[in-house]
Design a protein around this ligand. Sequence first.
Ligand SMILES: CC(C)(COP(=O)(O)OP(=O)(O)OC[C@H]1O[C@@H](n2cnc3c(N)ncnc32)[C@H](O)[C@@H]1OP(=O)(O)O)[C@@H](O)C(=O)NCCC(=O)NCCS
Length: 182
Amino acid sequence: MVFETKEITLKNGKTAVLQSPRPEDAAQLIDFIKTSCGETEFLARYPEEWGFLTIEKEEAWAKRFLEAPDALAITCYIDGRVVGNAEINFRGGIKTSHRAVICIAILRDYWGLGIGSAMFEGLLAAAQERGTMLVELEYMEGNERGRRLYEKFGFRIVAEKPNAYRLKDGSMRSEIHMQKYM
Ligand SMILES: CC(C)(COP(=O)(O)OP(=O)(O)OC[C@H]1O[C@@H](n2cnc3c(N)ncnc32)[C@H](O)[C@@H]1OP(=O)(O)O)[C@@H](O)C(=O)NCCC(=O)NCCS
């Protein structure tokens, strides 16, 4: 699915561009995911766990979003640099096609500027248009900034899976599950 390119004005007055991730930005996109995973413990992997990524694989990842009928990605570019990415994956199957799953990451320097909110608007509009009934996401215990973003868009906590994550320091974190009815 292609996201129609959109310019937004951030809380700091700068302009950002939201668009589908571009296959030609594969190197930048790899750098983005590794950097973001190193900046916060709230993403599911450590940077070195992305070591398997190659330019070819990342190009294929970006192309898949452009071509797939059941997935949409929105990448945020500022001055041509990738600073954030969000995805919605629509489920298949007779019993589960009413559901979709969202995930999101933004570079730390750009938190709190409204990018997450703008990307959520785009993803939820796509879910609305498709007739999806239920949008879901998971976050790691302690991610209050994430929780506020999700609550602002109407997501509510439905479950908590204790000890779902074990960090390098040995501490354990729950996985919190949220849903939003469209
Ligand atoms: C969580 C994340 C996606 C939020 O995106 P963002 O661009 O920072 O969010 P926004 O600027 O749109 O702010 C959304 C809401 O968060 C809350 N928020 C903003 N700044 C905040 C702060 N300093 N402390 C707590 N909450 C804050 C507000 O409720 C805000 O809504 P408002 O601007 O209408 O008041 C982003 O911080 C991020 O990528 N974090 C690291 C990776 C991550 O946690 N990903 C999610 C994994 S589940």
